[in-house]
Design a protein around this ligand. Structure first.
Ligand code: MRU
Length: 376
């Protein structure tokens, strides 16, 4: 770890680096994170010994992406329990670190529920929280496999003949998951089946999760990929170069509205105009049936500096010396910087989950697929 990253033949095919792991050194349990703010230049780990450190890692996007946030949140509760910190405080603080990705609260609730049940039953509560965190982690690995299978089959139906040219946005691969991810896991399955002609990777302004992270994963997997600036997607569609859009989700409301990285909604509009399928890939743990519709989803607003300064994200926070910020707007310029946008269900061709595919996207069909999930 720590060396400059280069794509090597030996490394091609899979992401060998886990994005997160639990360790128990003699000094006490820790949660070790791959610091995603440093990718692709460096593979550096962050060691969290307490919940505030994990909250900071979540806020600064050192650990990010809906499914991984769920896993990290669950381990965060386990960490608090194992180290004798206040578990109630941890259970409150962790979901507030980022409000949109529903998986974060889901993971926290699962581990906290197990902890409290063990406490009430007089059994080892820290061990119960850790076991539940491990279960959330293991389920996500399995969910990734299910989504890849269902997604590959759906691509076969939507695009008979193979040779897919897939456009994706943000980062949805192994870096956001215990397994191979969501949308990128489907693209990877198509690649392995010899059916992926090209992966178009939106750079994903302002924090460049596409250029920095998806391209990093695609290179490791030996996929044929091309990075484009977000604004270039329109001409790509107009030129007939996109067969399908595959994205992930941070929260899916009961009506099928999809909150995902800002810039997803414009792609859905483009896809509809150009008659291209727009497919969302997410585990059922990302579906929030308690949120009635898209307008009810809280969209995280991030610091304006991420837009007015050109910088890479930093685990120390935006605008710090470590982020190497270069101003790209006049001093004091106001910025609009929502982290996510919401795509209405009528623009979504299908939602692929580990429990099956929802298409057409209706409230009833979504609830039906969720009811068949083993983990809800
Ligand atoms: O702000 P980020 O980097 O956490 O945003 C992540 C995304 O928007 C992903 O597309 C989403 O979490 C789905 S990942 C499976």
């Amino acid at each position: 770890m720590g060396d400059q990253y280069e794509v090597s033949e030996a490394g091609a095919g899979a992401l060998a680096i886990p994005s997160l792991r639990w360790e128990e050194p003699p000094e006490g349990p820790v949660l070790v994170l791959l610091d995603q703010t440093r990718l692709p230049a460096e593979e550096v780990e962050l060691v969290c010994t307490d919940v505030p450190a994990l909250v900071q890692a979540i806020r600064t996007l050192a650990v990010r992406g809906a499914p991984l946030l769920g896993i990290a949140g669950a381990y965060g509760v386990a960490l608090a329990a194992a180290r004798g910190f206040d578990v109630d405080e941890a259970t409150e603080a962790l979901p507030q670190a980022r409000p949109t990705a529903v998986n974060l609260g889901y993971g926290v609730r699962r581990a906290a529920g197990a902890y409290r049940a063990a406490l009430a039953g007089g059994t080892d509560a820290p061990a119960a929280a850790l076991a539940e965190a491990r279960a959330v982690h293991a389920e996500d690995i399995e969910a990734s496999r299910g989504m890849a299978q269902h997604g590959l089959a759906l691509l076969g139906e939507l695009l008979p003949g193979g040779g897919h040219r897939i456009l994706t946005h943000c980062n949805t691969g192994a870096l956001v998951s215990g397994g191979e991810g969501t949308a990128l896991a489907v693209a990877l399955a198509a690649h392995r089946a010899g059916e992926l002609r090209r992966l178009w990777v939106d750079e994903t302004r302002p924090l460049l999760q596409g250029a920095r992270l998806t391209a990093y994963e695609a290179a490791r997997a030996g996929m044929a990929y091309t990075v484009l600036s977000d604004g270039a997607a329109g001409s790509l569609f107009a030129g007939g170069e996109v067969d399908a859009v595959l994205i992930g989700a941070d929260r899916i409301a009961a009506d099928g509205s999809v909150a995902n990285k800002v810039g997803s909604y414009p792609l859905a509009v483009l896809a509809r105009y150009h008659h291209v399928p727009f497919v969302v890939v997410a585990p059922t743990s990302t579906v929030d049936l308690a949120t009635e519709e898209g307008a009810d989803i809280e969209v995280e607003q991030r610091p304006g500096q991420e837009v007015t300064e050109f910088s890479l994200p930093s685990a120390q926070g935006p605008g710090t010396a470590a982020s190497g910020a270069i101003p790209v707007a006049p001093l004091g310029a106001q910025a609009y910087n929502p982290a996510f946008d919401v795509t209405p269900p009528e623009l979504v061709t299908a939602i692929v989950t580990e429990a099956g595919v929802v298409s057409p996207v209706t409230r009833e069909a979504l609830a039906g697929v969720c009811s068949t999930s083993r983990w809800r």
